[in-house]
Write a protein that binds this ligand. Structure first.
Ligand code: PMP
Length: 457
């Protein structure tokens, strides 16, 4: 790929030779892995590569560096904690974890019990265990199935991957954990039920009701859903979708797990994405933005009533038998607290909402471009679905979508591409900029994306 080679200065760096020899890059096909972007420094929304080139990072790394790069305050919080008390396991306790659990509960707007781990995948694994154990301890041990959506991504471990609905991530790793049932996603541009949004009566949510009955609802432990399917193509559901899932879960005795790994901590213009839909989940999983990506940390927050109803007992084996050495690491929790301090002090949730409106307004300029099929935004998140032909909506060929991404990079802007390569599902250019971009940066991102799209013609 000529553009990519030129930008990355392939071969100019001795680093690259070593990288090719020693580092294994996941999710990147072998050829593409020969030309990684070697980032050596970051500043605000910008990153700089080993050759000194500057890029506006419109993906916040991997959807996580919400506060932008090189915030000293976050580094200092980690340093202070590491010098004072670098490690102690959460089978006992420490102050940063206590404080952060309380803050998360406040951000969630209710009383939650928080279990810490290291990654979004783990946070979801923990949620599945908790859901199954909850039912077992309330006399329904056969409730073990988890319902999730095609196109969603919930992580890379055997359970979280089983919950995910993206074929290419599973292929050659199966069999995964059993007990996961998939339903079609809310995708208003390509409705799996052939409906139109104005008259669909939320068929995609209603279908979950059918599935619960077909699977026998007494076998269903939980439904897991992101507020907006992010990595699967930024699929924004109709307003009533999540409330309807909540209602269906209640009717069938299943728990509702909301995966806020990307949508949490202000990304959607609310503290958590589900709050924009007025829904109260039973379990919320989170990672990424919790430390703005500065250190690994994740959490599974469980509504207090759920905890109290099944886990606040001295009965044998009623406690959660799950521990990880580094989950809730004191330095990560300290960075999490500093992240929330900055978010609150700089009103970054409001800023993400306002900037999200700016982004939506700017992206509207792309509506009439050839190959732009659909533009979806939600807070400071966007997906531009690329098509070969606007009338047929045939997805644009994967190499052309990759070309748009590479052309943006050649122009100094990093955009993403959805990781879902389900047939017809790998054609969405994604944007997830840090909350510290300016309105001018957003205009620039959209200008560059426009030029990149036009360069295809
Ligand atoms: N859930 C969602 C919605 C995600 O986007 C991701 C990661 N992109 C995960 C879970 C898994 O998180 P991690 O990579 O930290 O394991």
């Amino acid at each position: 790929m000529a553009v990519e080679n030129e930008v990355l200065g392939a071969g100019r760096s001795a680093w690259l030779e070593k990288d090719r020899r020693y580092v294994w890059h996941g999710m990147v096909p072998y050829e593409a892995a020969q030309h990684p972007l070697h980032v050596v420094r970051g500043d605000g929304p910008y990153v700089f590569d080993v050759d000194g080139r500057k890029y506006l990072d419109a993906m916040s790394g991997l959807w996580c560096v919400n506060l932008g790069y090189s915030r000293r305050e976050l580094a200092e919080a980690a340093y202070r904690q590491l010098t004072e008390m670098p490690y102690y396991p959460l089978t006992q306790t420490h102050s940063p974890a206590i404080e952060l659990a309380e803050r998360i509960s406040t951000w969630l707007g209710g009383e939650y019990r928080v279990f810490f781990s290291n990654s979004g995948s783990e946070a979801n694994e923990v949620a599945f265990k908790i859901a199954r154990q909850y039912h077992a301890q309330r006399g329904e041990p056969h409730r073990w199935k988890i319902v999730s959506r095609y196109r969603a991504y919930h992580g890379n471990t055997m359970g979280a991957l089983a919950a995910s609905g993206q074929f290419d991530r599973k292929y050659r790793y199966e069999p995964l954990a059993p007990g996961f049932v998939h339903v079609p996603p809310p995708d208003c541009y390509r409705c799996p039920f052939g409906k139109q949004p104005a008259t669909c009566a939320l068929e995609c949510a209603r279908h979950v009701d059918d599935v619960m009955r077909w699977e026998v609802d007494a076998t269903i432990a939980a439904v897991i859903a992101e507020p907006v399917i992010t990595g699967g193509g930024v699929l924004v559901p109709p307003d009533g979708y999540l409330p309807k899932l909540r209602e269906i879960c209640d009717r069938h005795g299943a728990l509702l797990i909301v995966d806020e790994v990307i949508c949490g901590f202000g990304r959607t213009g609310a503290p958590f994405g589900h709050q924009r839909f007025g829904v109260c989940p039973d379990i919320v999983t989170m990672a990424k933005g919790i430390t703005s990506g500065y250190l690994p940390l994740a959490a599974t927050a469980v509504r207090s009533e759920i905890f109290d109803a099944a886990f606040a007992t001295s009965e044998d084996y009623a406690h959660l038998r799950h521990v990880n050495t580094f989950g809730g690491h004191p330095a990560s929790c300290a960075v999490g607290l500093a992240t929330l301090d900055i978010m609150e002090r700089e009103n970054l949730v409001d800023r993400a909402r306002t900037l999200g409106e700016v982004l939506a307004g700017e992206l509207a300029r792309l509506e009439d471009l050839p190959h732009v099929g659909d533009i979806r935004t939600f807070g400071l998140l966007a997906g531009v679905e690329m098509v070969e032909d606007r009338a047929t909506r045939a997805p644009l060929a994967p190499d052309l979508v990759a070309r748009v991404v590479a052309e943006c990079k050649a122009r100094g802007v990093i955009v993403g591409k959805n990781g879902d390569t389900t047939p017809g599902g790998n054609n969405v250019v994604t944007l997830c900029p840090p909350f510290v971009v300016s309105e001018g940066d957003i205009q620039h991102i959209v200008d560059v994306l426009r030029d990149a799209i036009l360069s295809l013609s």
